[in-house]
Design a protein around this ligand. Structure first.
Ligand SMILES: [Fe+2]
Ligand SMILES: [Fe+2]
Length: 217
């Protein structure tokens, strides 16, 4: 390579960049910064947000989302827990059993997240994810006890990614599970906690090897 090229990337190299829309890039960058800022508050988070983004994108692609939309959805999902900024750090990171009041406080991260994100149209999908990512396909989740397709699809996808990554992470209250144990446990929730269609897409990503690669990065 000659020197001119290394100092001044030619036009053709810039065209290789997957994201060419500066507005989308700026939107993604802001989401990333906001998600990182909220992460500081939660000692357990670690790489969780990056895994969520990648897994949600994989599931969405498998379910037929077009590429840009799957990528945007991955970024929106990074904001699922921003409402935790409203939960005191000592409650969020408590190792002992929670009181009923503390449990409710933690669960309120869903509704707080929605309020934070629903102010502007550009984060309205992220707001839906924040509110509904702890809903369960069988209706046993929170905050609304929604059932089946009444739960927004983007929240059903995020829920599957969130469940898998929670099992694979070291948390203050548990050790990390192996990948094989975690994926089997998540797939067993098909039709219980998880949308069967989302679980099938997750299984396809697992069988293709793309899911495991998220954890090799
Ligand atoms: Fe959450
Ligand atoms: Fe999460």
């Amino acid at each position: 390579m000659n020197r001119g090229e290394s100092h001044n990337p030619p036009e053709k190299d810039r065209r290789k960049e997957p994201r060419t829309d500066p507005q989308r890039t700026a939107h993604h960058d802001l989401i990333f910064a906001f998600a990182r800022a909220s992460e500081q508050h939660d000692a357990d988070v670690g790489d969780h947000l990056h895994h969520i983004r990648a897994i949600v994108e994989l599931i969405a692609l498998q379910m037929g989302f077009v590429e840009n939309d799957a990528e945007d959805l991955g970024y929106d999902a990074m904001l699922h827990d921003v409402g935790k900024l409203h939960v005191p750090a000592d409650v969020l990171n408590k190792r002992d059993e929670l009181t009923e009041e503390e449990r409710q406080l933690i669960q309120s991260h869903t509704t707080h997240g929605e309020v934070m994100l629903q102010q502007r149209p550009g984060t309205s999908r992220a707001a839906r994810i924040a509110r509904s990512h702890h809903e369960s396909w069988d209706g046993t989740g929170y905050p609304d006890g929604l059932e089946g397709e009444a739960i927004p699809l983007e929240a059903r996808i995020t829920a599957a990614a969130d469940m898998l990554d929670a099992l694979l992470a070291d948390r203050s209250y548990k050790d990390a599970w192996s990948y094989d144990r975690a994926i089997q446990a998540v797939l067993a929730e098909r039709g219980r906690q998880l949308d069967p269609g989302v679980a099938d897409a997750l299984r396809a990503c697992h069988e293709a090897g793309s899911l495991r690669r998220v954890y090799d990065m």
